[in-house]
Design a protein around this ligand. Structure first.
Ligand code: NDP
Length: 245
């Protein structure tokens, strides 16, 4: 079934890990894909992978989401190629491993918030006028850390992810009348470059498994589909039972 046949999806941080898996999953169901990421070589690798595996339309843009001007250029490029965006996945993120609170410097806070929070703000506010025209979906990749505090991560990361959940609810109220669903996904531990250096205690996870990026992609595909048409303002936990809401 090609659920995303006539759908254009923009995935930030789409060149590896969770973002790549989401882009591949939606492309496998016929979706057209725009990828944002800083490293052009990695962007091109995923662009080629999608093109050769699924043959759907795809374009990558070298965008640093923490820079408003870079985001503006990327969004303009994407809209001039595809004419619209139906689904926005705010996934780009960076993470600091556990650090004592008093050791997190002002520049550390700025760095994390500028990617994880302002990145989402810059992309989303440029695309809202587009999404309002026909409706659509916004999916924010939050984190278990934003719900329970950092298990392996520091407070600047936790704050950025908790903020995404609050904004998700706020935007869901504001944009609901325009048929825009706004939801978040809160992954627990996922096997990506981000978690390579974390030590994960499997016995603390009821299902005794670390997620694969494809597990998060499956949740994103559901929220991006018509099956989720009446779901908005929610956070879908994908964490093996580590936190039960
Ligand atoms: P990775 O480190 O594997 O990938 C991060 C992605 O974000 C890359 O594509 C990277 O591309 C991109 N990115 C980073 N900074 C920027 C920037 N300034 N501008 C544009 N793109 C950027 O991480 P994951 O795939 O694991 O994480 C994806 C999201 O999921 C993040 O928001 C993370 O916080 C969240 N998450 C992850 C969990 C996990 O266990 N892995 C758990 C909970 C949440 P490039 O470097 O080329 O810019």
């Amino acid at each position: 079934m090609k659920r995303f046949q006539n759908t254009v999806t923009l995935v930030t941080g789409g060149n590896r890990g969770i973002g790549r898996a989401i882009a591949l999953r939606l492309a496998s169901e016929g979706g057209k894909i725009i990828l944002f990421g800083r490293k052009e070589e990695d962007n091109k690798a995923v662009e080629n992978e999608i093109l050769h595996t699924f043959g759907t339309e795809v374009q990558s843009c070298a965008v640093d989401v923490s820079s408003e001007s870079s985001v503006k250029k990327g969004v303009e490029e994407a809209l001039s190629r595809f004419g619209r965006v139906d689904v926005l996945i705010n996934n780009a993120g960076i993470c600091r491993l556990s650090t004592p609170f008093e050791k997190i410097r002002r520049e550390d806070w700025d760095e994390t918030l500028s990617v994880n929070l302002y990145g989402m703000i810059y992309v989303t506010r440029l695309l809202i006028p587009e999404l309002r025209k026909k409706g659509g979906k916004i999916i924010n990749i939050a984190s278990l850390a934003g719900e329970v505090g950092g298990i392996a991560t520091s407070a600047d990361y936790v704050a950025s992810k908790a903020a995404l959940q609050g904004i998700t609810r706020s935007l869901a109220r504001e944009l609901g009348p325009y048929h825009i669903n706004v939801n978040a996904i809160a992954p627990g531990f996922v096997r990506t470059q981000m978690t390579e250096k974390m030590s994960i205690n499997l016995s603390s996870i009821p299902l005794r498994q670390v997620a694969e990026p494809e597990d998060i992609a499956a949740a994103a595909a559901f929220l991006a589909s018509d099956d989720a048409r009446l779901i908005t303002g929610t956070t879908l936990d994908v964490n093996g039972g580590l936190y039960m809401n």
